[in-house]
Ligand binder design. Structure first.
Ligand code: CA
Ligand code: CA
Length: 179
């Protein structure tokens, strides 16, 4: 009871992750080992997370997108990602089922976490996504989505909106947007 070495993943977390992701026990152990090496504290800070994104997007400004993605994966709102949140994040963005990806995309766009997406939230995320696109590629975008504003308008027009102009549940345009 409670005497597991700090270097081993707890059985509880392992079982939970096996149930909720497609990763095998071996894969999860491997991820855990890597996670411990890169992150001895056991928690990823927003700054570390940003650095991971900067490696993936060396030509562009990933700062605000990384912040939004971090927020959407910090399920318990404590300002860090633990191993479980990190694995769920990995799973969601790589091998997750469509409905799980939609859930994630919804939380990405729901900036204030109130359960609704508003047009200004769509605009904010579109701004962040746009900054990921290198400058020379921005020039080659189709005329109807070559600015963050146009992208936000286009995405917003896809949503099945309620009378108050808010989007409640996950809907397909989110999948398009999250790619
Ligand atoms: Ca957390
Ligand atoms: Ca909201």
């Amino acid at each position: 009871m409670g005497n597991a070495k700090s270097s081993a993943m707890s059985k509880e977390i392992l079982e939970d992750l096996k149930l909720n992701t497609k990763f095998s026990e071996n894969e999860l152990s491997q991820w855990y080992e890597n996670f411990q090496k890169q992150c001895p504290s056991g928690r990823i800070t927003p700054d570390e997370f940003k650095k991971i994104y900067e490696r993936f997007f060396p030509e562009s400004d990933a700062t605000s997108y990384a912040q939004h993605v971090f927020r959407s994966f910090d399920q318990n709102d404590d300002g860090t990602l633990d191993f479980k949140e990190y694995i769920i994040a990995l799973h969601m963005t790589s091998t997750g089922k469509t409905e799980r990806k939609l859930e994630w995309a919804f939380s990405l766009f729901d900036v204030d976490k109130n359960g609704y997406i508003t047009k200004s939230e769509v605009a904010e995320i579109c701004q962040a996504i746009f900054k990921l696109i290198p400058k020379d590629e921005q020039e080659n975008l189709p005329a109807d989505e070559n600015t963050p504003e146009k992208r936000a308008d286009k995405l917003w027009s896809f949503f099945d909106k309620k009378d108050n102009g808010e989007v409640k549940s996950s809907s397909e345009p989110l999948e398009w947007a999250a790619h």
